[in-house]
Design a protein around this ligand. Structure first.
Ligand code: 5AD
Ligand code: SF4
Length: 449
């Protein structure tokens, strides 16, 4: 008998990518193998994102497509079990069940370890099931050890989940729960398993990763920098990264760590969200723009060679043109290597959604446009500054054009190069010869084009 097939589609952030891997691993205990073709799947999992309205809407259109496919005569005899996982599942469980009859199981981000049992139950009895309990500890203690083949040089590892900051625009505290840090030993074991499967660059993930305070083997609470220093001593680890950080949780120790730990890559993602102090207060960000700029100065004083990236929201309720202008000033002052910018999207249940005086879509679009042209200029400037430099690039995938590999520089820039395929999965010195806004192009150091 051929193995049962599971198709998984992942929306949103890197933590969802990590969770999807772990869901697949836990489903292998039921004999499921991954397929990239939804039409052949016995089980379909949508791992969803709720951060902005557009992301959440995608789930319902995807479910519509799945329903039509299930009704199609070609697939009618193959019953598919449909699972909605992730942050939309957590936030809108009953609405999904009511709106989309094709869905069998709703599972929130803290209940993935329950999924195999839920699937067995649904297959046996045809029940519709919902599990949206919060229990980080149980999730990480119960999910099976990393067991599938990876063969990729890069891997994600969630060390912290949830958020206590409660920015007024954000759903994360409601969908991922309060901050939880995994114990050090569990993380070390997982890192060793990832290394044995071929990974040597690990990105530590957390909604507020620099707020990490996990129980160490010595019984004390360890900081992120202590965790990074210990991970960097593991045999086989060549590169470490972490994301996402909150400005209020950046400490001297972490900044120093960038300076002396050569395995920690020179890149820091540090969202500032808005430039106006009135808007930052309304967002409950707990920092002013001056404080943010001081942190940036102090980072650069310790480690000048570091790429900074950020997240920015335009058109928060009540944001005036003059206040938006302050966002542009902060961007100008910092000079980001990369920045992600978004139109404010009201999320049901968050405090900001209840604020009056919402900014029109047209105005938000025009502010986003202005901000993105500034960001593009800065990204291009940073990328151009790399021309003629030789950077160690970790190639971890094939490029779009034949003969090309795609990798990442230490600063996280995508680098395309025409180099032998055998260098896939290696860190290779690459001389950068041209730059675009979103990527670099290089040649193997010493080779002629
Ligand atoms: N609207 C727009 N952007 C948002 N983000 C979070 N919530 C919202 C929202 N309601 C952005 C923030 C955050 C990033 C992951 O998504 O900039 O840092
Ligand atoms: Fe959301 Fe703010 Fe927490 Fe980031 S820090 S996850 S934006 S609530």
């Amino acid at each position: 008998m051929s193995a049962k097939k599971v198709f998984i589609k992942t929306f949103g952030c890197q933590m969802n990518v990590y969770d999807s891997e772990r869901i697949l691993e836990s489903l292998s205990s039921l004999g499921f193998e991954e397929t990239s073709q939804i039409s052949c799947a016995d089980l379909v999992v949508l791992n969803t994102c709720n951060i902005r309205e557009k992301a959440a809407e995608k789930v319902y259109s995807e479910l519509g497509r799945i329903r039509r496919m299930c009704e199609d005569s070609a697939h009618r005899d193959q019953k598919k079990t449909v699972v909605v996982a992730g942050c939309v599942a957590q936030a809108e469980s009953y609405e999904i069940i009511n709106r989309a009859s094709v869905v069998d199981i709703i599972v929130g981000p803290q209940s993935y370890h329950m999924l195999p049992e839920m699937i067995k139950d649904t297959e046996r009895h045809g029940h519709k099931l919902i599990d949206v309990n919060f229990n980080h500890q149980q999730k990480f203690n119960t999910l099976p050890q990393r067991n599938t083949k990876n063969n990729r040089a890069t891997a994600f590892l969630t060390v912290q989940e949830g958020c206590d900051k409660c920015c007024t625009f954000c759903v994360v505290p409601y969908t991922r729960g309060a901050e939880y840090s995994r114990p050090v030993e569990q993380i070390l074991n997982e890192a060793i398993a990832l290394i044995s499967r071929g990974a040597f660059e690990i990105t530590l993930l957390g909604q507020n990763v620099n707020a990490y305070r996990g129980k160490g083997p010595d019984g004390r609470m360890w900081s992120l920098s202590k965790l990074i220093n210990t991970l960097s001593e593991l045999d086989g680890i060549k590169r470490l990264r972490y994301t996402t950080s909150h400005p209020c949780d950046i400490d001297e120790e972490l900044i120093e760590c960038h300076n002396y730990n050569s395995k920690l890559m020179p890149h820091l993602h540090l969202p500032f969200q808005a430039g106006s102090n009135r808007i930052l207060a309304a967002m409950n960000r707990k920092h002013t723009s001056e404080e943010y700029l001081r942190i940036v100065d102090s980072i650069r004083l310790t480690k000048a060679d570091i790429a900074l990236s950020t997240d920015i929201i335009v058109g928060f309720p009540g944001e005036t043109v003059a206040e938006f202008d302050k966002t542009l000033r902060v961007v100008e002052e910092v000079g980001f290597a990369q920045a992600f910018s978004f139109k404010y999207s009201p999320r049901p249940g968050t405090p900001a959604a209840a604020i009056k005086n919402h900014i029109s879509e047209a105005e938000k679009a025009s502010r986003l446009n202005a901000l993105q042209s500034l960001i593009k200029e800065q990204q291009l400037r940073f990328n151009i500054s790399c021309i003629n430099k030789t950077l160690p690039v970790l190639f971890d995938r094939h490029g779009r054009n034949s003969g090309q590999l795609l990798g990442r520089s230490p600063y996280l820039q995508p680098v395309h190069a025409i180099i032998p395929y055998k260098m896939l999965g290696q860190i290779v010195p690459v001389k950068i010869i041209s730059a675009k806004t979103n990527s670099l192009f290089g040649i193997l150091q010493g080779s002629q084009l």
